[in-house]
Design a protein around this ligand. Sequence first.
Ligand SMILES: Nc1nc2c(c(=O)[nH]1)N[C@H]1C(S)=C(S)[C@@H](COP(=O)(O)O)O[C@H]1N2
Ligand SMILES: [Mo]
Length: 254
Amino acid sequence: MTDAFSRRRLLSAGALGTGSLLLSGCDKLGGNPAFRGLLEAGADAHYAVQRGVAGDALAAEFKPGQMSPVFRANGNTNVKGNSEWSGHAADNFARWKLRVDGLVLKPLDLQLDALRALPQRAQITRHDCVEGWSAIGKWQGPQLGGILKMAGLLPSARFIVFHCADRFGTTPYYESLDLIEAHHPQTILAWAMNDKPLPVAHGAPVRLRAERQLGYKHAKYVMRIEARSTLAGLYGGKGGYWEDAKGYQWWAGI
Ligand SMILES: Nc1nc2c(c(=O)[nH]1)N[C@H]1C(S)=C(S)[C@@H](COP(=O)(O)O)O[C@H]1N2
Ligand SMILES: [Mo]
């Protein structure tokens, strides 16, 4: 899987004509202490190479006419056994709040109305699941970077973790991004899908869209966002539910 995705990433980078930009991009990043810190934090050659190649490119965006007539729902398509989430769902999420905490100056509790009042980004993108299906859909919400700015990341923050309401058995779903991916312009907290409030099957009330990443990184049912210095000590320590459970790559760049 790793090799196939690495090749795909390199091929698509070349196909986009960004090949010549790659070296200069890498050089610039390599000279940046924050980037070197990320590599050390990742301590992983696959991540180091992929992160360098990813640079700041945008994922492809599509036209409304290209949207898939049916967008499959995958993984958990509802939340069971979480009375907090179910209470909010029964109330149409009117009193639900997204918690932003961890290594931040100012922890936040943001209601849906507050997320809708922030500057919005809408994007029509292709979702690629490792199980072998893709779908094109439209997502809207505030950029994660703006929310992190409101909270004020502390200097020791290196990773952004998304804690979800759902579980597989007794294990909660969670995911994480590095700070570059968290601040990427197409990384948003989507409360709308295809111009409607996000349906339960797709992660209501809010899900992550990190458009340069494979499907499993796009955490649904996000309840809490936590800034951390390390992924060690959190559940299985690999930064995500599938990373812990099945050894999926933490770096899931497409
Ligand atoms: N909380 C949560 N997020 C999740 C999952 C999940 O089971 N629970 N499945 C992941 C996987 S593997 C995919 S492909 C996408 C599916 O998103 P969709 O249901 O909107 O198609 O959500 C991802 N995020
Ligand atoms: Mo997936």
